[in-house]
Design a binder for this molecule. Structure first.
Ligand code: IVH
Length: 706
């Protein structure tokens, strides 16, 4: 889909940024889901983001982060329960979304095992229960411990709570001496509705979905509460065992059933991908009447000896896969289209929808991207949605995928009101009335009001105080909006005069909603703390179009001090001359960015506002790496193949510290290629264009690290 094609277009720098963003978003989503039982996105969205992360990593393997979401399952255990290590790790499942991926799964296994096309290879197929996994440890037939998955290595000891679940036997007869039974705890739809009704009666917060209700109920510190919540358990696997249960997956499941565990009645044996897909459709058909949530179907190699040979990747078994149901879609009415004005003046249309539940979350708004998108055209003028435009009053299909912001997939023309009109996109700013202009090659229309546009001013202030910018504790988007509305802060410089203007009349701030004496004093202190600010952060905080975090730090490192930088901007104001050339010479600064930067820094009103700000600050110069005597200063290096003595990340960091640039691909601008074992096309290309190629040992010797 479009998500994938956009991965193809990502530059290395964008990919790095995107991986960092995804690591953050996925870590937060993981924590919200596993540790706090309060999901911030649907499973389908989570899967889509994880898939995007994996796709970017596949394209740029060298950029894979040490904290890559691909290597993580679950999240660290929550405080409150005793932690308990799993003797056999509790893993996750790789996901697939269509028959083609299932055929690949089968082909991959055959290749790995050296099995021909026609060799028999059976799988089990069973519903993927949307609950939370639990490991039950039995010793000599007695339940001794129940643990949640936690991060896969260490879970939470929830034994007392698990004992209250009727489907979990306390004693079992005829089992191996040590047996860890693994399965899923879940809540039925009926019990979920009843629980939420009780929550409502007591004015308690309702649970978002049965999964959260099950998680919240199992992870109650008071087992009496768990006992009052009807939870169920399906067994589908095992951890440590002192003797095998069977020699097949199906046999093992039957054995667990014979021992007294509930196993899923829709579990079937299938002789290949065709049969798996047929069973998937049977389960999909049954989904609505099961009475509990499932989010896909799980396939497992039936022969346990083959499972053992196949083993595991980092966090998932090679012998199993989850065939997930597609992201949920819902139809609803488009009530209105609002235009939001961003910090750079971009006019962003937002769909206001009749509230509708999509994948367990109520959706009221969706992004409409830009005027072309509304008109049914892509950025090159080609049709999207078969060219159907979007109009107020239309029935639209909403989906949530990949992004936290819901999107519109389709329009039902048969339900279009007769008198409906094509949406006329504003040509003036709805906030300040200035012209809104769409420049050639730009997909968005922008308000030309600049500093006089209140929407832009507020958005710029929000950006200014945001985490990667000034990051002032106690001064977030909400506070900035309120201060702007009341005229206390109109531009960034005003933040730093707040204490002078109101500090002594602290009373005024105190009287405002949400502020007490202590929080007001804390705010002034937090502001003071940021009076000394690194050059790069200051530049990024200004919110100049096209000048992101990465570029800000490149520019800061190039000029070193703010004074040197502003002098160079002044000298480059005509977009020509040596200072202009020097700016363009910074690797990572193109003409578009340079133009935007010089214009912002030399436009008299903007500059006056910036000068008012910097007069209140002490700007820490950017450290220019001391590369005197470095053999690679100013050179462009490429690493390829496997490095054996240090990780890619470390090699790159050291090269950069020595003043080198590290590129992802070989080009005429490459000075040196460091090739480890397994180097392929890059080494070939380097040889072809006559670039020096050295091995890892020579590289270490060169930088004096041998
Ligand atoms: S097998 C080693 N079978 O899905 C793999 N998992 O996304 C063990 N789940 O952590 C998992 N139904 O919590 C398996 N029939 C089923 C399942 C199932 C639900 C959950 C389980 C797992 C997660 C992976």
């Amino acid at each position: 889909m479009s998500e994938e094609s956009s991965v193809e277009r990502l530059t290395e720098a964008q990919a790095r940024e995107e991986l960092a963003r995804l690591a953050g978003v996925l870590a937060r989503a993981n924590a919200a889901y596993h540790a706090e039982d309060a999901p911030i996105m649907s499973d389908a969205e989570f899967d889509a983001l994880k898939a995007r992360n994996a796709a970017i990593e596949a394209r740029y393997p060298a950029l894979k982060r040490a904290d890559s979401p691909s290597d993580q399952i679950g999240s660290a255990p929550a405080e409150g329960f005793a932690k308990t290590p799993h003797s056999v790790r509790m893993l996750s499942l790789a996901n697939a979304f269509d028959a083609e991926e299932i055929a690949e799964f089968d082909a991959r296994i055959r290749r790995y095992l050296g099995l021909g096309h026609d060799a028999p290879l059976a799988y089990t197929s069973e519903p993927k229960i949307d609950g939370l996994s639990l490991s039950l440890r039995y010793e000599a037939g007695r339940l001794v411990q129940a643990a949640t998955r936690g991060d896969g290595e260490t879970g939470e000891n929830v034994t007392a709570n698990a004992r209250t679940i009727a489907d979990i036997p306390d004693h079992i007869a005829g089992a191996p001496d040590i047996l860890e039974v693994r399965g899923e705890v879940y809540m039925s739809h009926e019990d979920f509705e009843a629980l939420n009704a009780r929550q409502a009666e007591r004015a308690d917060k309702p649970f978002a979905n049965p999964r959260n209700a099950a998680a919240g109920s199992l992870r109650q510190l008071d087992a009496l509460i768990t006992a009052a919540r009807p939870l169920h358990f399906f067994a589908y696997g095992w951890g440590e065992i002192s003797a095998p249960l069977s020699d097949t997956q199906m046999g093992a499941i039957e054995r667990l059933a014979a021992l007294g565990f509930r196993t899923n009645p829709l579990t079937a044996l299938c002789d290949g991908p065709g049969a798996l897909i047929a069973h998937y459709h049977r389960i999909e058909q049954a989904r609505a009447t099961l009475g509990y949530d499932i989010d896909g179907v799980v396939y497992k190699v039936n022969d346990l000896a083959l499972q053992a040979r196949l083993g595991f990747r980092a966090t998932t078994p090679r012998w199993a896969i989850a065939h997930k149901f597609p992201a949920e879609l819902a139809w609803t009415r488009l009530e209105a289209i609002d235009i939001q004005v961003g910090r750079t003046g971009a006019l962003s249309p937002v769909a206001r929808l009749s509230p509708v539940t999509v994948g367990g979350v109520v959706v009221r708004n969706a992004t409409l991207h830009n005027e072309d998108y509304i008109a049914g055209r892509d950025s090159r003028g080609g049709p999207i949605r078969d060219g159907k435009d979007i109009r107020v009053g239309d029935w639209v299909q909403v989906y949530r995928a990949g992004d936290v912001i819901p999107k519109i997939a389709d329009v039902d023309l048969s339900k279009r009101p007769e008198n409906s009109q094509p949406y006329g996109f504003a040509t003036s700013c709805p906030e300040c009335g200035s012209d809104a202009v769409r420049e050639p090659g730009d997909s968005v229309r922008r308000c030309m009001g600049g500093l006089i546009c209140p929407a832009q001013a507020v958005e710029r202030l929000k950006h200014f105080v945001s985490r990667p910018a000034f990051d002032i504790e106690g001064l977030g988007a909400k506070q900035v909006e309120a201060f702007y509305r009341d005229g206390w802060i109109r531009e960034p410089a005003d933040i730093f005069t707040l204490r002078d203007r109101f500090g002594h009349g602290l009373q005024q701030l105190k009287n405002r909603e949400g502020w007490g004496e202590k929080s007001a004093a804390n705010l002034f202190d937090a502001i003071d703390e940021k009076r000394t600010i690194p050059f790069a952060r200051l530049l990024f905080a200004l919110g100049i179009r096209h000048v992101g975090e990465q570029a800000s730090s490149l520019i800061a490192r190039h000029y070193g001090t703010w004074e040197e930088f502003t002098a160079a901007m002044d000298a480059a104001c005509d977009l020509q001359g040596p200072d202009w050339e020097q700016l363009l010479g910074i690797d990572g600064v193109g003409e578009v960015m340079a133009t935007s930067l010089v214009q912002a820094m030399t436009e008299p009103h903007e500059r006056a506002s910036i000068d008012r700000l910097t007069a209140r600050l002490s700007i820490a110069p950017a450290a220019r790496p001391d590369t005197s005597g470095s053999p690679v200063a100013g050179k462009t290096l490429v690493f390829t193949g496997t490095l054996e003595k240090m990780t890619r990340a470390e090699a790159k960091a050291r090269a950069e510290a020595l003043g080198a640039k590290v590129a992802g691909s070989v080009s005429a601008r490459t000075d040196l290629l460091i090739a480890g074992p397994g180097a392929g096309s890059k080494a070939k290309k380097a040889a072809e264009i006559g670039i020096e190629v050295i091995d890892e040992d020579a590289w270490l010797a060169l930088i004096g690290a041998a």
